[in-house]
Ligand binder design. Structure first.
Ligand SMILES: Cc1cc2nc3c(=O)[nH]c(=O)nc-3n(C[C@H](O)[C@H](O)[C@H](O)COP(=O)(O)O)c2cc1C
Length: 158
């Protein structure tokens, strides 16, 4: 019998993560999805991975665009995490963004970002794993991360 998914969520929820908004651009359309299924995968070549639910709109958007940026949120950006966790078109209208190499939006005041071209898509159950090769990136020397733990947000203890 398959392991209970509620139990899996509770157990893996004990693995605290940061929070990103994975973003992309298709023609005139900008797109974003809150994601913590993110890992730095390889240094040579420089790869990250992003796990994307098969039945999300985001899956098709990232696949079509062939690129994504990971925007690593600070503890002052919980609103962005909430905003990009909703299903359907995402509202960038009031956001300050720039672009680097691929055209995927880089959000202002994030702790760090990488801009990636998708070089492989692997199957992982009800998710696909989008392997991204980093083509640009940067980070801030200051600020603290937004954390996700046990199904809720947290901040670093000072
Ligand atoms: C903290 C947090 C982390 C999330 N991480 C992921 C993730 O790694 N992969 C994913 O597919 N969805 C993740 N989600 C859910 C998506 O953000 C959400 O399902 C998505 O925005 C749905 O929109 P769409 O169907 O329009 O793509 C996460 C949500 C939250 C709140």
């Amino acid at each position: 019998m398959a392991f209970d998914s509620t139990e899996q969520k509770k157990i893996m929820g004990k693995f605290a993560t940061g929070v990103t908004v994975a973003s992309t651009k298709l023609g005139d359309e900008t797109w974003g999805m809150t994601a913590n299924g993110v890992t730095s995968l390889s240094l040579d070549p420089p790869l990250v991975l992003l796990a994307v639910q098969l039945d999300s709109h985001s899956h098709d958007k990232f696949k079509q665009a062939g690129c994504y940026a990971l925007n690593i949120l600070s503890d002052k950006q919980q609103e962005l995490s909430d905003r990009f966790a909703y299903k359907g078109p995402k509202d960038f209208s009031d956001l300050e963004t720039t672009v680097a190499e691929t055209g995927a939006p880089i959000m202002a005041d994030v702790l760090g970002w990488v801009d990636c071209r998708i070089v492989d898509i692997l199957s992982g159950g009800d998710h696909d794993i989008f392997i991204g090769e980093i083509v640009a990136g940067s980070y801030s020397e200051t600020g603290d991360p937004l954390l996700y733990y046990a199904g809720g947000y947290g901040k670093m203890a000072q």
